[in-house]
Design a protein around this ligand. Structure first.
Ligand code: SF4
Length: 81
């Protein structure tokens, strides 16, 4: 399992992430969020945290690397599979 966090204070709607990982989508505020049909997503004013258990961690890491504002963090989560 892994967790992907979008820092919405840092995010400036560049949307480089969207082309790397289709789970990233634009929300009504013009900032990045996740397609909520996948994984579990928790959103606050400051962050969107998605927890996923699939083989697409490399896509998320590509999105994080592409973000010019370093608004995306990918980290492993201990847990049952
Ligand atoms: S690339 Fe970064 S700044 Fe741009 S929309 Fe995605 S998270 Fe936000």
């Amino acid at each position: 399992m892994y967790r992907v966090t979008i820092d919405r204070d840092a995010c400036d709607g560049v949307f480089a992430c969207l082309t790397r990982d289709s789970r990233f989508v634009e929300d009504d505020d013009g900032l990045a969020t996740f397609d909520t049909d996948e994984g579990s997503v928790e959103q606050t004013d400051e962050t969107v945290v998605g927890t996923f258990d699939d083989e697409r961690v490399a896509d998320a890491e590509d999105a994080a690397a592409a973000c010019p504002l370093d608004a995306i963090t990918v980290e492993a989560v201990e847990g049952k599979r």
